[in-house]
Design a protein around this ligand. Sequence first.
Ligand SMILES: *[C@@H]1O[C@H](CO)[C@@H](O)[C@H](O)[C@H]1NC(C)=O
Ligand SMILES: *[C@@H]1O[C@H](CO)[C@@H](O)[C@H](O)[C@H]1NC(C)=O
Ligand SMILES: *[C@@H]1O[C@H](CO)[C@@H](O)[C@H](O)[C@H]1NC(C)=O
Ligand SMILES: *[C@@H]1O[C@H](CO)[C@@H](O)[C@H](O)[C@H]1NC(C)=O
Ligand SMILES: *[C@@H]1O[C@H](CO)[C@@H](O)[C@H](O)[C@H]1NC(C)=O
Ligand SMILES: *[C@@H]1O[C@H](CO)[C@@H](O)[C@H](O)[C@H]1NC(C)=O
Ligand SMILES: *[C@@H]1O[C@H](CO)[C@@H](O)[C@H](O)[C@H]1NC(C)=O
Length: 405
Amino acid sequence: MSDTHYQSLGMSNALEKQRARSKRSKLIVIGAVVGLIVLIAIGVVVGVVVTKNNSSNNAGGTKSSSSAGGNSTSGGSSTSGGTSTTKGNDPSNFTKDPNLHKSFYGMAYTPEGALVEFGCTNTLAGVIKDIQLLSQLTTRIRLYGADCNQTAQVLEAIKQTKVDMEVFVGNYVVPSDTPGYQRQRDAIHDAIATYGTDHVAGITVGNEFMLNYLTDHGSQDPNSSVGNEGAAILIADINDTKSGLSSMKLSKTVAIGNSDAGSYFNNQVLSAVDYGMSNVHAWFANTTAEAAAAWVMTFFDETNVQPASLLPNKPKMYIAETGWPTKSSDAGNASNGAATASIKNLQTFLDTFVCQANKANIGYFFFEGFDEEWKDIKFGGVEGWWGLFNKDRTLKDLKIPNCPL
Ligand SMILES: *[C@@H]1O[C@H](CO)[C@@H](O)[C@H](O)[C@H]1NC(C)=O
Ligand SMILES: *[C@@H]1O[C@H](CO)[C@@H](O)[C@H](O)[C@H]1NC(C)=O
Ligand SMILES: *[C@@H]1O[C@H](CO)[C@@H](O)[C@H](O)[C@H]1NC(C)=O
Ligand SMILES: *[C@@H]1O[C@H](CO)[C@@H](O)[C@H](O)[C@H]1NC(C)=O
Ligand SMILES: *[C@@H]1O[C@H](CO)[C@@H](O)[C@H](O)[C@H]1NC(C)=O
Ligand SMILES: *[C@@H]1O[C@H](CO)[C@@H](O)[C@H](O)[C@H]1NC(C)=O
Ligand SMILES: *[C@@H]1O[C@H](CO)[C@@H](O)[C@H](O)[C@H]1NC(C)=O
């Protein structure tokens, strides 16, 4: 397979996402109109109706969460920027930052540069530094894809830093790209053969697959016949991943799951997995930062947790992504309705979501550890600016909640 082949795949994937995004805005507009009609008809319980309407019409997450990173020549160095530095040559001996607290259930992570289209510039040194930082915030991370040797690098970094960390590794499945699925499956297989499963909590097969498939086929209902066609492709990959693992004689069971945008879970896919991870973003529902945490918890419960509990296999549901952007690259995208990108508003979301979600026993992966330059390059707007840390691994002007799990 040539690089050009994968580059063009990456590109078309990006275009699909942009289409998904504009389609989503239309959906949201329709949702808003329907909401108004309902309001006029009923004329009461305004807040409840608006909340419900947003819940059922916003997919919660249009961001391009692919198996990717940025273009960094410096992000890899253990001496550049950031607040955590290896002392001497032992990565397990590193400076802890008193501003960081292990208060997060989990964190969404893509090593910088781990994107075929951007040349796979991710380095082990860069990943070690990231794991040193993330291990001061959480004991769990999730990856999106397995290209660019990122699974092995993350497991090697955990080994060298000796931190308490488990990983939900990812296979980023693109509907028309069977070799891409197989390449990532084999990379995960190799990494598990090398490092074992002590630090592997699960394998997530597919990220926003149904969102992309439905958007491409002009449908919005994940449980429609079109949705089930897409689901069959994904379930074949899920089955293949399961049978590949069962032939490996592992010391520990590894859960197999799937991640998608919040409103795009297909019943048959959820019935085939141990867990589902759902992107739930109040930002795209236009809420204020103050209202965001409650919106996220209500959406997740009504759209994901309750329906999944009715399936025979009762898959465990996680929030795959939730967070708040701190800025926009252009003024026009700095607000989405009442949602405004700022560090202050990310602080508000941190203060109202993290400890509260912990108390409610919600499994969530905060979005995200680090700003991702490649997303800013490709998509602009707020896409690249959701990190707790800047691209150079310095902490933004934030106070990390202190409620260790
Ligand atoms: C950590 O590194 C410092 C600086 O090199 C060294 O003085 C210290 O002994 C090391 N600690 C351990 C536990 O190895
Ligand atoms: C990555 O950075 C290098 C050095 O700044 C630059 O030459 C190259 O064009 C960049 N690549 C991409 C894909 O942005
Ligand atoms: C993948 O990463 C691991 C851990 O750093 C390293 O040992 C291995 O050589 C890498 N493989 C490739 C093909 O780069
Ligand atoms: C996946 O595996 C299940 C259980 O073995 C089986 O019933 C189903 O037909 C398989 N589906 C596909 C698409 O391979
Ligand atoms: C499709 O099924 C899933 C899983 O039961 C459920 O979460 C979702 O709400 C359903 N979607 C629609 C549009 O009916
Ligand atoms: C928001 O960002 C997108 C993507 O960069 C851009 O196409 C669009 O024009 C921006 N919207 C506004 C209102 O500036
Ligand atoms: C959210 O705000 C944007 C503009 O800021 C608007 O285009 C969109 O229709 C709004 N969506 C909802 C659900 O209100």
